[in-house]
Design a protein around this ligand. Structure first.
Ligand code: GTP
Ligand code: MG
Length: 304
């Protein structure tokens, strides 16, 4: 089930990589040196990006392994790719309730949808979840969250248009303490008059939580839209500079062949990818696992 979702979700990126391998016969009919530029092209066309592609090719050249079979080659390439993702993988840590997550990102990347998916995920694990509509910039956002909350059976803390998002976050934590919510998910705006305003507002939300209790928020998830490719990368740089982003959630991976951006994010930005969004429904969220992700790119149906 989990794997099928990943395989379907990664459909276009997988096709791009697998078809390229099959049709060009690289590392099979061509020599190592002839294969390298073709492989480079495959990586670039999947939006792995120049820096990450160069690094992967460098590691491949340095290996100087005499690949006898296609399996050998794929196995080794998979190892290189997994190592890149593993290098930034965040270790699981203990958090005391309410486990508090702030979602941030530019407008339309999928923040609200993703928080609803997370709410559903935690609710199914038996947690008492509160969704918080801290996007006070766009009233439709509050409405959107309320509707979803009702659908999945999770409480939603609503806000008024123009209300201070930091005040909403403050109320949310008060409410979590008094009503024993074990998970608090705070949705924020993606658009304000300027980027600077947005960053300042998000910092304020974070600081209010932090004043309430030193360990809050536990996670700040940056939501990035995979279909925007290299653009997502520059957003990651900007948000990382302004906020202590603890993880990336890469959405809309189902609609793009640009899934390779995940390697650029890991290698160049150094933020671990924590979840990936594979569709518009509440179940379409997968906890990210580097090994399974890479294996499913190459091995498809054979992954176990
Ligand atoms: N195919 C696909 N669509 C997605 C995914 N995640 C979100 N979407 C769609 O992307 C659109 C925008 O999603 P929202 O959750 O409203 O994005 P947002 O970041 O909250 O937007 P703003 O609040 O306006 O900044 C919606 O149509 C979602 O259904 C995904 O993983 N796959
Ligand atoms: Mg939203």
């Amino acid at each position: 089930m989990f794997l099928k979702k990943l395989l379907d979700g990664l459909g276009k990126t997988r096709e791009r990589i697998q078809e390229s391998f099959l049709s060009t016969g690289i590392f099979r009919t061509k020599s190592f040196n002839e294969s390298i530029p073709v492989f480079e092209e495959i990586l670039l066309s999947s939006d792995v990006g120049i820096t990450a592609t160069n690094e992967i090719i460098k590691r491949l050249r340095e290996s100087r392994i005499d690949y006898k079979t296609e399996e050998d080659t794929i196995h080794f390439i998979s190892k290189i790719l997994t190592n890149i993702l593993d290098a930034v993988e965040e270790k699981k840590r203990e958090t005391s309730p309410p486990y508090t997550i702030l979602s941030v990102g530019v407008n339309g990347t999928g923040k609200t949808t993703t928080l609803v998916k997370l709410a559903n995920h935690f609710k199914n694990k038996g947690e008492n979840v509160l969704l918080v509509a801290s996007d006070t910039y766009r009233p439709a956002g509050v409405e959107q969250l309320s509707i979803w909350g009702k659908m999945i059976g999770v409480d939603v803390l609503k806000s008024q248009k123009g209300q201070d998002p930091a005040a909403v976050a403050f109320d949310a934590i008060e409410s979590a303490f008094s009503k024993n919510y074990s998970v608090v998910l705070i949705d924020t705006a993606g658009r304000l008059h300027t980027k600077k305003n947005l960053m300042e507002e998000l910092k304020k939300v974070k600081n209010v939580l932090n004043k309430k209790r030193r360990d809050l928020p536990h996670d700040i998830f940056l939501v990035l839209d995979a279909t925007t490719g290299q653009n997502a990368l520059s957003q990651a740089e900007i948000f990382k500079d302004s906020l202590d982003v603890t993880g990336v959630i890469l959405t809309k991976i189902d609609g793009t062949a640009k899934g390779g951006i995940i390697f650029a994010i890991s290698l160049e930005v150094g933020i671990p990818v924590r979840y990936i969004g594979t569709g518009e429904n509440v179940e379409d969220l997968i906890e990210f696992d580097p090994k399974i992700f890479v294996a499913s790119l190459f091995e498809g149906e054979n992954v176990t």
